[in-house]
Design a protein around this ligand. Sequence first.
Ligand code: TXA
Ligand code: MG
Length: 541
Amino acid sequence: METQILNPNTDASAIPLAAKLLQNGGLVVIPTETVYGLAANALDPEAVRNIYIAKGRPGDNPLIVHISSFEEIYPLVKEVPEAAKRLAEKFWPGPLTVILPKSDLVPSVTSGGLDTVAIRMPSHPVAREVIRAAGVPLAAPSANISGFPSPTKVEYAADDMTGRVPLILDGGECAVGVESTVLTLAAGKPRILRPGGITPEMLREVLGEVEVDRAVLDPLGKNETAASPGMKYKHYSPETRVRIYRGSEKGYLRYFERHPAQGQFALCFEETAPLLRVPFVTFGRKDDCLTQTHRLFDALRELDEAGASLALAQCPPPRDVGLAVCNRLFRVAGFDFIDEAPIVGLTGQTGAGKSTVANVFASAGYRVVDTDKLAREIVETGSPVLRRLAEAFGEDILDGNGALIRARLAERAFADAEKTALLNSITHPEILRRTAEAAFSFSERNIPCLLDVPLLFQSGADAICDVTVAVTAPAETRKRRIMERDGISEEAAALRMGAQEPEAYYTARADIIIRNPDGADPGKAALAAAERIKTRYGGIA
Ligand code: TXA
Ligand code: MG
């Protein structure tokens, strides 16, 4: 079959030709504000059957019926509830599809054998003109071969549909770039079956309660039936195998370093791209889910064009428009996730209440990495670090069994600043290496962890943390706490505190500050922080 591509903006014959083809039972690819659609007369069973054939689409996956004015809904449904009117007033024309019990006028092939019908009024001027000119409602699924990404540009629609339809209308790039939000009003409470540009929050403003179908973010079990048949198919799959990384940006960068692979690309946010050392395709800025939905399908095609065999994708939190991004991405990836938990660094002044905070994190499921313990382990008898210490500070820092005599090392290493620096240069890199290994190993097993490091910023250990937490308290309070805790004099306590950085040092560096003066409840603030950090995957700042 010859396929013509016409632009109605420059070719006056385009719309009348489309209308004639549609009236005669033919297929026409039309632009909409979401994605390009493969249209046919929704009331002509033979024409609709040809849609399924052209797309290679399973016959039980129903189609959306497109109308150009609100009145056209009445003959298609049993009745029009108040909720539908309010939604139409607010969101039509636009990227919202509403499901209602169908009338007998709608052929069963259009509704995939269901007794409901999905209806939407697109806002793209070409789509509306074609529907008006044809004088019939148009069934139109996305104009891709079934299982491939929905086309957001006329070239992509042409890639898939050339030779299968007589006419493709060029309406430029689709503004929304992701398919419409599908909302059912036919089964109890309003429920979102497919998220899109119209978010749950926007719908709740009009309807009050709105549910999100479980199939939106979770794979269906073997024997479960999908409320929306489209949800059960692996959709939008590009050639490139896509996996989803759920974790922080630092973790994402680290993943590529620790798991290099031939042909592996990053499918990432714009901000992340310059930090990567692997080839990448971007799909919008981190906080801009509207652009992400818009870019996603294009980005998948770009990965294929670049010959990527594997792509590791970042993903936004599943909220607002991010819900639509996650819904599509999860399906693209066939729910193949790499989940990595956050690494939190804890520091603070002596006596401020660091251990209280660490205990709260532990009770919230964090594993605490005790760096003091690691510091002791690296100087165990026979260790390479201990050997180097003996070479630097004298063989007599070891006893007859080769064990470290701590007091003797301390005496020599703290004699002057130069010696202290020498000690640190031998021990710190190894402590840091072990701390990082412990942290990465927890994170990779999706266990959140807390690094308890008194000199977090000074040692550079903050570089491996996704979030840093500092605990501070007024000097007087800390002094009294140290005296009580360690049973020491005011002078001794003051001496210990003298070596500590002031509060401003921590507030300038830490992501989260927990202030713990007398009468404060650090536990509450710590628990809130622990939970917030845990649930915020997809780019912890
Ligand atoms: O933005 C869009 O909606 C685009 C443009 C072309 O309008 N169309 C589109 O159609 O995405 P399609 O066929 O690719 O997706 C329709 C989705 C499918 O997931 C289908 O299962 C669901 O809507 N659907 C249609 N009728 C339904 C019904 N009666 N009950 C439940 N789900 C239905
Ligand atoms: Mg589709």
